[in-house]
Design a binder for this molecule. Structure first.
Ligand code: FMN
Length: 416
C-alpha cells in the first residue's frame, strides 16, 4: 500500500479543524510569511517548478497560467472555484468545510504572485456549511492581518469576498462562473480571449480550483522541487481521490498521483461490496469515459489514464459491480447533463434531449436497434462540437458505454 503523509487533508480530522487557531497551531500561514518575503515572480517560479496541474478537471499547469497574467494591467482578479458540480466529486467541499484556511492561505499567496488585490470565492449554492465556513475563515483572516491592507507589513493589499451560486453545474466552467459572478445568467463565453487576458468585468482573471490552491502553501514551504518529487513524470504531487459506488468504504483518499486504481479501490476504499467483481469504473467524474475491470492496474495520473482511454478529470472514482445495469447508468448520467445544459448551443440543447429519449426507451425495454444507432449518431455529432466542454462531457459516457458494453444495450431492444 502506498503510504504517504497527507498534506491537503492533514488537518481535516483534528478537533475544531476549521478554526484559524487550529490551523495556525499546526504551522498555518507560515507559507504566507515566507511568500511575502519572496518576489511575486519567485513565487510563480516555485509553483512552475512544482509542475502542479489544476485539480478542477482540465489539468492545466498552474504556474504557467499565472505567468499568462499581463504584468502591466492595472486591475487583476483571482476567482476561486468552489462550485464542485461534477457527479462523484466531493473533495473541495471537505476541505472548505473542515479546513478552509488551507485554501485561503493558497488564495492569498496566489493573489500576491499574480498581482491581484481582489479575490472572489464562487461557491455552489447548496453548500450551506461551506458558505459559512468560507465567510468565517475570511473574517478571521482579516482580524489576524492576513487580509486587508498591508498584509503582515508587506505592503501587499488583498480583499476577498464570497459569492453564492444557485446550484448550476455549468457555473463551474470558468467563463460561465465569471458571467454568474457579474450577476448574469451562467452561460460560457467564447475563448479566446481566455480569462487571464479578459475575465471578470473585462479584467485579467485567474480562475483556480480549491484543491489546486490548497497545494500552494506546501509548495512554498517545502519547495517546488520537493513537490515535483511526488507522483509520476507527468503527474506531480498529491491528489484527493473521491471514491464512491459499490465499495465498502467510500470516501476521500489523499494519495500521490500515479497510485494504481486497484490499490485505491481495494486497499483504501475497502474493496467491492459483497466481494463482487467489477464491471465498470469511472475514474475522473461522470464526464470521463468508463474503464473496464481489465484496466484496474492503471496508475491514476493524467497521462496514464489518457493512454487507458479515459481521463483523470477531478479524480472522482465511481465503482460499478458486475450486477450494474449499464444502460441505466448511462440514462441516469445523461439525465443529469441534459438538466444541467445551459441551452446556449443547439448540439448540447437538442442532442442531449434526443440521446435521453433513446436511452429512456431502451431502459424501459421499448427501444429498438434504431435507437442505439440514433444514440451513437447523435453522441458522435455532439462530441467536440459543442460551444463548451459540457456537451462533449455528455457524449463521453454514452460513446464509451456503447464501445465497451454494446451487447447490454442490444439485449434491451425489442426485435426490430
Ligand atoms: C461544464 C464544466 C464544469 C466545470 N465545473 C468545475 C467545478 O465545479 N470546479 C472546478 O474547479 N472546475 C470546474 N471546471 C473547470 C473550470 O472551467 C476550470 O478549468 C478550473 O476551475 C480551473 O482551475 P484549475 O486549473 O485549478 O483546475 C468545469 C469545467 C466545465 C467545462
Amino acid at each position: 500500500m502506498t503510504n504517504w503523509e497527507p498534506i491537503l487533508l492533514a488537518n481535516v480530522n483534528r478537533p475544531n479543524s476549521e478554526k484559524i487557531e487550529t490551523y495556525m497551531r499546526y504551522g498555518g500561514y507560515e507559507a504566507l510569511r515566507k511568500a511575502l518575503k519572496m518576489t511575486p515572480d519567485q513565487v510563480t517560479a516555485e509553483v512552475k517548478l512544482s509542475e502542479l496541474r489544476g485539480r478542477g478537471g482540465a489539468g492545466f499547469p498552474t504556474g504557467v497560467k499565472w505567468g499568462f497574467m499581463p504584468k502591466d494591467a492595472p486591475v487583476k482578479y483571482l476567482a476561486v472555484n468552489t462550485d464542485e458540480g461534477e457527479p462523484g466529486t466531493f473533495k473541495d467541499r471537505l476541505i472548505v468545510e473542515r479546513d478552509p484556511h488551507t485554501i485561503l492561505e493558497g488564495v492569498i499567496i496566489a493573489a500576491y504572485a499574480i498581482g491581484a488585490h481582489r479575490a472572489f470565492v464562487y461557491i455552489r449554492g447548496e453548500f450551506f456549511l461551506g458558505v459559512k465556513r468560507w465567510i468565517k475563515a475570511i473574517s478571521d483572516a482579516y482580524q489576524k492581518g492576513f487580509l486587508g491592507k498591508n498584509i503582515l507589513g508587506s505592503g501587499f493589499d488583498l480583499d476577498v469576498s464570497v459569492h453564492r451560486g444557485a446550484g448550476a453545474y455549468i457555473c463551474g466552467e470558468e467563463t460561465a462562473m465569471i458571467e454568474s459572478l457579474e450577476g448574469k445568467r451562467g452561460v460560457p463565453r467564447k475563448k479566446p480571449p481566455f480569462p487571464a487576458q479578459k475575465g471578470l468585468l473585462g479584467q485579467p482573471t485567474i480562475v483556480q480550483n480549491c484543491e489546486t490552491l490548497a497545494n500552494v502553501p506546501h509548495i512554498i514551504l517545502r519547495g517546488g522541487r520537493w513537490y515535483a518529487s511526488i507522483g509520476t513524470e507527468k503527474s506531480r504531487g498529491m491528489k484527493i481521490f473521491c471514491v464512491s459506488g459499490n465499495v465498502n468504504s467510500p470516501g476521500n483518499f489523499e494519495l500521490p498521483l500515479g497510485t494504481p486504481l486497484k490499490e485505491i479501490i481495494y486497499e483504501h476504499a475497502g474493496g467491492v461490496r459483497r466481494g463482487r467483481d467489477i464491471k465498470a469504473i469511472i475514474p475522473g467524474g461522470s464526464s470521463t469515459p468508463f474503464l473496464t475491470a481489465e484496466k484496474i492496474n492503471t496508475p491514476m495520473g493524467f497521462e496514464t489514464l489518457q493512454a487507458a482511454g479515459s481521463a483523470l478529470g477531478t479524480g472522482a472514482i465511481i465503482v460499478m459491480d458486475e450486477t450494474t445495469d449499464m444502460v441505466e447508468v448511462v440514462r441516469h448520467v445523461t439525465r443529469f447533463y441534459v438538466h444541467e445544459s445551459c441551452g446556449y448551443c443547439f448540439p448540447c440543447r437538442i442532442g442531449g434531449k434526443r440521446m435521453l429519449s433513446s436511452l429512456e426507451k431502451l431502459a424501459g425495454g421499448k427501444g429498438s436497434m434504431r435507437d442505439i444507432e440514433d444514440l451513437e449518431y447523435v453522441a458522435k455529432g455532439m462530441y467536440g462540437r459543442t460551444f463548451c466542454p459540457l456537451g462533449t462531457g455528455m457524449a463521453e459516457p454514452v460513446l464509451s458505454a456503447l464501445r465497451l458494453f454494446r451487447p447490454e444495450f442490444e439485449k434491451k431492444t425489442t426485435k426490430n
